[in-house]
Design a protein around this ligand. Structure first.
Ligand code: BES
Ligand code: ZN
Length: 459
């Protein structure tokens, strides 16, 4: 193992340079203006795998390409499948960035760029760790397959059928994903549950064009007024979602989990300071960690209507719209929610308004079992990379495809997050701590060793 450790130490600058190359490619999946860049990012990864001598292929989809690669088979050892994504969120608002989002810049030991942590930096730790094994030891101790997609940030629409159609190719014993966070700086974590999501856009149409609000107001239904009412009907002042049936399948929190979260070193005051607020609200009866990790939520993600320019304009807008999403917990069904949501909203539409509800994407939440040999192997590898054993947490984000891995491939999933909650994911000045990048590579390199000691099917 010592040649491997030496390789990791001696190649830190090269690993950082490789990350910079990938971060320079603006692979924004949701915006068609970046379509060619998204392809470039896929091609960059394909070259990485090709240079390692892996079998690798780019699969085209009606959306963005999927990159697949595999190292040679190792009989008797388990097969690990690394899943990650090379697409990123849009960088806007650009004026808030201290350095341009696609010109990676190192400040105070962090690399700043869109995708630095979500997910290019985290995903690349596994590519670099296999590179280290191949170039120092000569081969990996188990077969590692890679499935890196370009549509995670928009709901993984084309990966779901891909997994169904390629279950032979993707056959594995365990899935490894690094697209989550540590519990805090210096405290690594294994995430055993993520929330699901159901994302919508509500559009309301009123008069055929904007009107003078003095001449017409009070007699003509205002779409912006209606939108505010309809949105506020979705959640009450105690933080309870009001769509009928919403909580029917939600499991109550167990005492065991409550105690476990309570034992973690977390303070509301520090949390508030880190995000710059002086108070918190949420579903009554639950702590901040319980709300963030285990309870379903509702958030408006964007609202548009009427005059937004400088100064005042007395206008009754012709239309109003909002994008919003629910975060779901295990057993809540996004399709069922869509139906009850539509019925609930339709009943609130007043005369003079036409409603359209767009259902963007949905995915269920999940928790994975903690008592598997793969979890134990992952915990040992993390301790090796980070110098401290991980704590076990849940998180509130979503990785839509994970449920398909659990249900269709029937395998264990390891969510090993190297990021931090203050990495500014999806917001300006996204960053990744370079020390965590290297610790992640080291933990990943150790993981291939600890996993290889497990006899498959005994798990
Ligand atoms: N890396 C995140 C998932 C995540 C976020 C896990 C926070 C744990 C904590 C992932 O890239 C992501 O942002 N997913 C989207 C999925 C959605 C667009 C379907 C999300 O959670 O909003
Ligand atoms: Zn993301």
């Amino acid at each position: 193992m010592s040649e491997l450790q030496t390789f990791l130490t001696e190649n830190r600058s090269k690993f950082e340079a490789d990350l910079c190359e990938l971060l320079k490619i603006p692979s924004v999946s949701t915006d068609s203006r970046y379509k060619a860049d998204v392809r470039d990012a896929a091609a960059w990864l394909h070259r990485q795998f090709d240079q390692l001598g892996f079998e690798t292929k780019i699969f085209e989809t009606p959306g963005h390409p999927i990159v697949y690669a595999e190292s040679p088979a190792v009989p008797g050892a388990p097969v690990a499948l690394v899943y990650g994504h090379y697409d990123v969120q849009p960088p806007e608002p650009l004026e808030e960035w201290k350095s341009p989002p696609f010109e990676p810049t190192i400040r105070d030991g962090n690399i700043y760029a869109r995708g630095a942590t979500d997910d290019k930096g985290q995903m690349l730790t596994h590519v670099k760790s296999v590179e280290a094994w191949i170039k120092s030891v000569g081969k990996l101790p188990l077969q590692v397959k890679f499935l890196i997609e370009g549509e995670e940030e928009i709901g993984s629409e084309h990966l779901t059928p891909f997994i169904q159609e390629h279950d032979d190719l993707l056959e594995c014993d365990v899935v490894v994903i690094s697209d989550t966070s540590q519990f805090g700086p210096g405290q690594p974590a294994i995430t055993y549950g993520l929330k699901g999501i159901a994302y919508y856009e509500l559009k309301l149409f009123g008069p055929k064009q904007d009107l003078h609000s003095g001449t017409f107001g009070g007699a003509v239904t205002n779409p912006a007024n209606t939108l505010s009412k309809m949105l506020s009907s979705l959640i009450d002042e105690k933080g309870k979602v009001q769509v009928p049936g919403f909580y029917d399948d939600v499991d109550p929190l167990t005492d065991e989990e409550r105690n476990q979260f309570g034992s973690l070193d977390f303070s509301d005051a520090d949390f508030m300071r880190s995000i710059g607020v002086e108070g918190l609200t949420g579903e009554s009866g639950y702590s901040t960690l319980e709300r963030r990790w285990t309870r379903p939520t509702f958030d408006i993600n964007g609202i548009t209507s009427g005059y937004q320019g400088e100064g005042a304009k007395t206008v009754l807008p012709a239309k109003a719209s909002a994008k919003f999403s629910f975060r779901l917990v295990p057993h809540q069904d996004p399709a069922q929610l869509s139906e009850s949501l539509k019925t609930h909203l339709e009943a609130l539409v007043p005369p003079g308004i036409r409603m359209e509800l767009i259902d963007f994407h949905g995915a269920p939440g999940f928790v994975v079992p903690l008592d598997s040999p793969y979890m134990t192997a992952a915990a040992a590898a993390i301790e090796k990379g980070f110098g401290r054993p991980p704590v076990f947490i849940r998180e509130g984000g979503s990785i839509p495809i994970v449920t398909s891995f659990v249900e269709q491939l029937g395998v264990d999933v390891l969510l090993l997050g190297w990021g931090l909650n203050d990495d500014n994911t999806h917001s300006p000045n996204e960053k990744f701590c370079l020390a965590d990048y290297h610790r992640g590579i080291k933990a990943s390199a150790a993981l291939w060793h600890t996993l290889s000691k497990i006899t498959p099917n005994q798990a």
